[in-house]
Design a protein around this ligand. Structure first.
Ligand SMILES: [Zn+2]
Length: 437
């Protein structure tokens, strides 16, 4: 990547100093340390200019549209111009990052991830989240939904308290090195016994507004996704309540028949969790939940494309039925991600990891998939372009969360969360909130 400065006169010297000393620091740091000794330049004005960057690349995926010979202007962490090089004006004193034949895309968003680097999001410590969030950026992920598993209620509430605080904190600070949590994904305890996967059966609960309220309050309202089986007692009522609060209600871990799934969708469910996994199978006379998920246009569906959870042909089935606009790639990654084979924890559940396969008592227990790999697998397994595979991990999950104007898109006014891919789909660089490290 070529990096150069478009600067002139007295600015040039000053900017070089900045380049070598404090580019990677936070805004506050830049404002307080920039250009010491330069008496003629107002510090704040310089700091603001310093944050103006233009990114150039052979292609850009918005991801709905592709732009050739692209330019993207970032000011104060926000995208302020996108287009071809000829279209985007280059202000004076701007930093230019030329990524050559690479591709600019929105930062990836993982709405279902339990952990990584030996840590689980339920541990409840900022150090644990930091350990998980740093390697996520190496895989192109700029934001995510920390995902819980069914655990003892007190433990769950404690975890939610920490995760809610982490979401609030991340909204206000960013050093560009960590993927940022957007809101919690509650996977459990409102799941079907028949399709519980590895969730502990004794800890599953009937759907309860009262319990949901306690979880909501513990997380300080920072709940983005609720996975629920629509057939369990109280589910329809809770689906309506959660949807009314703006939560994306997702059908999953479910043995429901067609009518029960349709009732859940009518109540407000609009997504499906790791489609095909922990879900009643499709039968031609008894289509069940999959009959509803695959045919209802209001419902989007996510899937784990690691080559283990679902056969590649079934990935094709999902994309053909839902269209590229209706599919979301997730990892369902656990603490073992990025670690050697061995025994790890998913919540409180012991998981054995061998050759990329995570199992607990013979059942699949999450994955060690990364989202960049999920994109590559999708483009490889199915006749889907890299652009559309990237869409399934950027714009589509943002739309599920209702934040597609702010994230998952390279458009004016959106956050400067940017992932740079090589032409073959490898992550070259990840930029969180406009901070280039
Ligand atoms: Zn999961």
């Amino acid at each position: 990547m070529a990096e150069l400065w478009m600067a002139s006169g007295g600015w040039a010297t000053c900017r070089k100093d900045v380049h070598s000393s404090c580019l990677t620091k936070t805004y506050t740091h830049i404002e307080s340390t920039l250009c010491r000794g330069d008496r003629t330049t107002p510090q704040v004005a310089l700091a603001r200019a310093e944050l103006t960057t233009i990114l150039l690349a052979r292609r850009l995926f918005t991801p709905i549209h592709a732009i050739e010979d692209a330019a993207l202007l970032v000011e104060d962490g926000v995208i302020t111009s996108v287009g071809t090089r000829a279209e985007v004006r280059t202000p004076p004193n701007v930093r230019v990052l030329d990524f050559g034949d690479s591709i600019l895309a929105p930062g990836l968003i993982d709405i279902h991830i339990h952990g990584g680097a030996g840590h689980d999001v339920m541990e409840g410590f900022d150090e644990s989240l930091a350990a998980i969030e740093r390697p996520m950026t190496m895989h192109g992920v700029t934001s995510y939904c920390p995902t819980t598993v069914t655990a003892r209620i007190d433990d769950t509430l404690r975890s939610l308290d920490a995760l809610g605080a982490a979401v609030k904190r991340a909204a206000g600070q960013n050093d560009g090195t960590r993927a940022r949590p957007l809101g919690v994904h509650l996977e459990g305890p409102f799941l079907s016994h028949a399709k519980r996967g590895v969730h502990p059966p004794a800890l599953l609960q009937p759907a309860s507004r009262e319990l949901f309220d306690r979880m909501w309050n513990a997380a300080n309202g920072c709940v983005s996704v609720l996975t629920i089986a629509p057939e369990i007692e109280g589910a329809v009522d809770l689906i309506a309540e959660a949807a009314a609060r703006g939560v994306c209600v997702s059908l999953g871990h479910s043995d429901s028949d067609l009518a029960q799934a349709q009732a859940g969708i009518s109540a407000g469910a609009r997504h499906a969790t790791h489609t095909f996994n922990a879900m009643r199978a499709l039968d031609h006379r008894n289509p069940g939940i999959l009959g509803a998920v695959l045919t209802d246009k209001k419902v989007t569906a996510d899937i784990i494309v690691d080559g283990i959870h679902v056969d590649p042909t079934v990935v094709d089935v999902l994309i053909r039925t839902k269209g590229v606009e209706g599919v979301v790639l997730i990892t369902d990654a656990i603490s073992a991600t990025g670690m050697p084979d061995g025994t790890y924890l998913l919540g409180d559940i012991e998981v054995q990891v061998h050759d990329g396969r995570c199992e607990s008592n013979g059942r699949l227990a999450g994955s060690v998939l990364t989202l960049d790999r999920a994109i590559q697998n999708t483009a490889k397994f199915v006749q889907v372009s890299l652009q559309n595979a990237i869409r399934m991990a950027t714009f589509n999950p943002a739309r599920v969360l209702g934040i597609e104007k702010q994230k998952g898109t390279l458009s004016v006014g959106a956050d400067a969360d940017i992932t740079v891919f090589s032409p073959s789909g490898d992550v070259v660089r990840t930029i969180v909130g406009g901070i280039v490290n």
